[in-house]
Design a protein around this ligand. Sequence first.
Ligand code: GDP
Length: 197
Amino acid sequence: MKIKSAEFVMSNSDVAKCPKSMLPEYAFIGRSNVGKSSLINMLTSRKSLAKTSGRPGKTQLINHFLINKNWHLVDLPGYGYARVSKSAKKVFQKFITQYFGLREQLVTAFVLVDIRHDPQPIDLEFMQWLGENGIPFSIIFTKADKLKPKAIERYVEAYKSVLLETWEEMPNYFITSSSKTIGKDEVLNYIDELNGN
Ligand code: GDP
């Protein structure tokens, strides 16, 4: 898929106020600092559509972007920031539960994980929760430029074996790097396919 246009639509802290349109929607979510903003900018070929920030735990907003005038890319807040208080975590959980519960137009979620990290309980728990709630998702491994091909393979295999302890099969996954533009076409073509093209 070629990106012809990418426009910011709105930021929201209230799921009920998200766009009413039934355009297919794709949500990107992951731990703070996983490289989500960089990935969104890579996918859309825009330098700063999503704001990259060294400030994890920044305001928790749902950001909608309209792509090619026919689908929404949704930037969800980062989770798992250690210094966030318990009450902030509760707010986040409620927010996310509402988002996934209410957005019928959501086609799939992309859960981002840093390829250099061993599987983290918070990501595994989140994927488990998506599975239990029947929400389709793919995994996007980020920052692949930081590892050599053999190491990438090793890390992905390690991830697979942990996931296969609870899942019957490995979810669909992508290996990406925003710095080296790796995995862009694969993710965009997958979205295109799901959009019926
Ligand atoms: P977010 O908090 O998940 O939105 O993460 P950002 O996109 O703001 O990135 C967090 C940090 O990781 C920044 O310092 C980025 O420069 C760095 N980063 C993001 N993507 C990549 C990547 O593909 N490769 C490398 N080497 N660094 C990355």
